[in-house]
Design a protein around this ligand. Sequence first.
Ligand code: PL3
Ligand code: FE2
Ligand code: FE2
Length: 243
Amino acid sequence: MSALASPEIDILEANKAENPSGLPDFTTTEYKDAYSRINAIVIEGEKEAYDNYISIGTLIPENADELKKLAVMEMKHMKGFTACGRNLGVKADMIFGKKFFSRLHGNFQEALKEGNIATCLFIQAILIEAFAISAYHVYIRVADPFAKKITEGVVKDEYLHLNYGEQWLKANLETCKKELMQANKTNLPLIKSMLDEVANDAETLQMDKEELMEEFMIAYQDSLLEMGLDNREIARMALAAMV
Ligand code: PL3
Ligand code: FE2
Ligand code: FE2
């Protein structure tokens, strides 16, 4: 070892020697404790996604069959992630998971009651799906082999869900742009605070917060572009996260 190496580098190298895979130790109490909350968030998110697609089907009856298919995928995701927790011997903290989604859930329910299709689709099929896609991409790099396989299958489906929302909003953009801007203003800051809330536990799973934010912004901006919004509109919308 070079005499110039810093103590931090010594520690990193010692860790690497002990754990050449670079993956976390999935058996520690610390890992399992963080996983009990992250796993609950994901299970609750998938369950609410099921309910949300079924609900959106009542607002767009001509697409109810297609939406039912998306909902069924969400149920499968929920079961997959439940198996991931079981495989690690972790009990998901579902009270935490429910609370984590409660504000977004409330906003979705209100939009549903008002028949605001664009808001419902923006919350579920754009914001929540982009959040899931970003988190799953980062998680795949540091997951245990069982969860990695499941998450790789799930993330492919999530792109189909994002695409459904993009296409509907694109086709209806001119009539719903104002509603969309308002839905973004109300809900993008919630996504940001959910990310802040999960950052510590994610770090324990070796998921980096900056990386999560980058992946989210990529998926979010790509989908706004696909919907036909221009660069200025996208920049304006993204800035809503900074309040
Ligand atoms: C809809 O298809 C999915 C809704 C789930 C959203 C979950 C977001 C999860 C963010 C927290 C980081 C999770 C890491 C993945 C661990 C299994
Ligand atoms: Fe899903
Ligand atoms: Fe989904």
